[in-house]
Ligand binder design. Structure first.
Ligand SMILES: NC(=O)c1ccc[n+]([C@@H]2O[C@H](COP(=O)([O-])OP(=O)(O)OC[C@H]3O[C@@H](n4cnc5c(N)ncnc54)[C@H](OP(=O)(O)O)[C@@H]3O)[C@@H](O)[C@H]2O)c1
Length: 345
């Protein structure tokens, strides 16, 4: 029997990707859509300015968009995907959890809360059981699970491979991030055409903290953050989709570029419908990966790496992932599949 799902913030950049992934999903069935008061009461087709590169699904187009409140979502919805602005998510996600809904969320609010699991199923699926602690502490029948920020999720799979094999001590990263990462109303064409913007509010801190939680260890009661130091510098550039990142990883044990490439094969997909067969693809060409050529690798759910070079304390490499797929909607759907597999629905 399929799982009935709802999408909060269904009309936005991530919300539309969620619809694109959920409509043909083998186990999930779209049962409720919400957005702001301005969209509530309209059909999805009227409310969403559809910008995704596949037709708007005919059955979804006719669904009436509700207001973003538990009262507008049927009780028999088992799983909620949230792609709300974080200020809105901070207010309404707890209301949904309190009302008994299990929420898989993209929004940044609460990601670093000690009782909120932050997961990439291929990397730290065990952290999902932090939900037991969360339910004890908050008295919720529902639950809140987060996926990380889109730039964090791009670098963490290759970092996890290096950490497992050689132990990470310090990570420095500089990003080249696509405009879709800012949402539909995020960056105007006058700001970004013929330009690069060397600041993305809050992004650096997210990369520096979320990566330590993802690579931290969970003992059944709390997540002990990884003790590596992470320093990030984030830049917006005029690509549409796909975040490219230059990473310098210092390791406790000696590592050559060839060792690092071998280690990448150790991080594999998991047995969930949206997990890619090959999570990390290594390019040998020094000028790959590139956003336009490589962002759709593994249907947008893979991470592409290349350009491995030796440094005095470890290795340097480049990595790339599709920010609204692997970095947002796809990550959230994968987390929803994990919640179902672990019996949390
Ligand atoms: N874009 C990415 O690559 C990416 C990656 C990772 C995480 N995220 C996170 O995902 C979330 C959504 O991002 P986005 O890029 O999809 O943003 P977006 O394009 O601006 O979409 C925002 C959505 O939230 C709805 N909304 C806005 N204000 C609301 C309110 N007061 N009450 C209820 N609904 C409201 C909007 O509905 P209306 O259409 O009615 O205004 C729309 O559906 C954000 O927290 C973002 O940080 C984004």
């Amino acid at each position: 029997m399929s799982v009935r799902v709802g999408v909060l913030g269904a009309t936005g950049a991530v919300g539309q990707r969620l619809i694109q992934l959920l409509d043909p999903h083998p186990e999930f069935e779209i049962a409720a859509l919400t957005a702001s008061e301005a969209s509530a009461g309209k059909t999805y087709k009227e409310a969403a300015k559809w910008r995704v590169n596949s037709p708007i699904p005919a059955d979804v187009a006719q669904i009436e968009v509700g207001a973003t409140t538990p009262d507008d979502v049927p009780d028999d919805v088992d799983l909620i995907f949230s792609s709300l602005p974080s200020s809105v998510g901070a207010e309404v996600e707890p209301e949904f959890c309190e009302a008994g809904y299990v929420v898989s969320s993209n929004s940044s609010n609460g990601r670093m809360d000690p009782d909120v699991p932050l997961t990439i199923p291929e990397i730290n699926a065990d952290h999902v059981d932090l939900i037991e602690v969360q339910r004890d502490e908050r008295g919720w029948d529902g639950a809140l699970l987060k996926n990380p920020n889109c730039s964090t999720i791009t670098m963490v799979p290759p970092l996890a491979a290096l950490d497992k094999a050689f132990g990470l001590t310090d990570v420095n990263v500089s990003t080249l991030q696509a405009v879709s990462g800012a949402g539909y109303s995020g960056v105007t064409s006058m700001e970004i055409i013929d330009n690069a913007i060397p600041h993305i509010g809050g992004e650096e801190e997210k990369m520096e903290t979320e990566s330590r939680k993802l690579l931290g260890s969970f003992d059944g009661a709390e997540v002990d953050l990884h003790d590596m130091d992470v320093a990030a510098s984030c830049n917006r550039i005029a690509t549409l989709d796909g975040h490219l990142e230059n990473v310098w990883a210092d390791t406790a044990e000696d590592v050559t570029p060839a060792d690092a490439v071998d280690a990448m094969a150790e991080v594999t997909g998991v047995d969930l419908p949206s997990s890619p067969e090959q999570l990390i693809t290594v390019f040998e060409e020094p000028d790959r990966p590139q956003p336009r050529l490589d962002r759709n690798i593994e249907n947008g759910m893979g991470v592409a790496v290349g350009g491995f070079k030796e440094t005095t304390k470890g290795v340097q490499f480049n990595c790339l992932a599709h920010n609204t797929m692997r970095g947002a909607a796809g990550a959230s759907v994968l987390n929803g599949e994990l919640l179902q597999q672990r019996g949390y629905l």
